[in-house]
Design a protein around this ligand. Structure first.
Ligand SMILES: *[C@@H]1O[C@H](CO)[C@@H](O)[C@H](O)[C@H]1NC(C)=O
Length: 323
């Protein structure tokens, strides 16, 4: 270990997903394939939505934007983790570490708020179907996409503000595959109790308010769907199932952990008080599994998306035949 007790820490040592050396090639293979699948699946959604004019509606634009955020969430740490499976001594510079902290909060915070934007779109479609096109005009649509990025930015800036001036003077081992904020603050050579609390409160406020908004919206939507069951709501119901699945996947593990440990449950990154193995499992869940499942969930059950993808394939085949 490089002990630089006397000076400022210039790099952190990441202990990685698993310390077992024999497991590294296997993990390298698995995560490379998963990452490839995330990129392919989400780019396919973006390509399908942008290329098919029938999909130029707020719902599909929001879906494409979710795919974009999913790619971002999967890319801020996973490529480095994959490359790190091949090296024994995994390090990350101080600046890169701050960048990872910045991006995880920007993207994860943004994704949560985007889920709220998506449920708002569904709320208007189902509860105010006659006014849908007037309410969800182009400006509103852009706003629904911009708000998540703004909230994500404010959230991550506030998190960084707490940490950027912390003194790091010696301990530099982060027991994860990326610079997880709570794990990094723990390394500071000062009492970080209050800062840890602020970090939890910050993430907690964002997750909790998004979650409550989602629960309330879905409840209102479900009540509306149940009270008038016409053909139009039948279609709405199938997209609704996809939505609820995604939201459950996003918040489910968190709630599970909360029930299990009675801790302040927010996203993985707001977990400063205990560090246990499931920390890494949760981190993998949010950075790899969710971005992979979102496209699967939204496309497998969606006939319009599937038709558009078939058309896309046909177009590609015919255009290559022209050469
Ligand atoms: C995100 O949404 C905006 C506004 O609805 C849209 O113009 C844009 O194409 C979407 N982004 C992607 C990657 O589809």
């Amino acid at each position: 270990m490089n002990e630089t007790n006397h000076s400022r820490v210039t790099e952190f040592v990441l202990l990685g997903l698993s310390r077992s050396q024999e497991r590294q090639p296997f993990l390298f293979l698995i995560f490379s394939l998963l990452y490839l699948a995330i990129l392919l699946g989400n780019f396919l959604i973006i390509l399908t939505v942008t290329s098919d004019s029938r999909l130029h509606t707020p719902m599909y634009f929001l879906l494409a934007n979710l795919s974009l955020i999913d790619i971002c969430v999967a890319s801020f740490a996973t490529p480095k983790m994959i490359a790190d499976f091949l090296v024994e001594h995994k390090t990350i510079s101080f600046e890169a570490c701050l960048a990872q902290i910045f991006f995880v909060h920007l993207f994860a915070g943004g994704e949560m708020v985007l889920l709220v934007s998506m449920v708002y779109d569904r709320y208007v479609a189902i509860c105010k179907p006659l006014h849908y096109t007037t309410i969800m005009n182009w400006r509103v649509c852009i706003t629904l996409v911009l708000i998540p990025w703004c909230v994500g930015f404010i959230h991550t800036t506030s998190q960084l503000a707490f940490t950027v001036n912390l003194p790091f003077c010696g301990p530099n081992q982060v027991d994860s595959f990326f610079c997880d904020l709570p794990l990094v603050t723990k390394l500071a050579c000062t009492d970080t109790y209050v800062i840890s609390l602020l970090i939890v409160a910050d993430s907690g406020l964002l997750s909790l308010s998004s979650f409550l908004l989602l629960v309330v919206s879905y409840t209102v939507i479900l009540i509306t769907v149940r009270s008038h069951s016409s053909a139009s709501t039948a279609k709405a119901r199938s997209t609704l199932t996809a939505h609820i699945t995604v939201v459950t996947l996003f918040f489910g593990p968190c709630i599970f952990i909360y029930v299990l440990f009675f801790g302040p449950c927010v996203l993985i990154y707001a977990w400063p008080f205990k560090s246990f193995a499931s920390n890494k499992v949760l981190a993998v869940f949010y950075t790899v599994i969710t971005p992979l499942l979102n496209p699967v969930i939204y496309t497998l059950r969606n006939q319009k998306m599937q038709e558009a993808m078939k058309k896309l394939r046909f177009q590609n085949v015919s255009s290559t035949q022209n050469f």
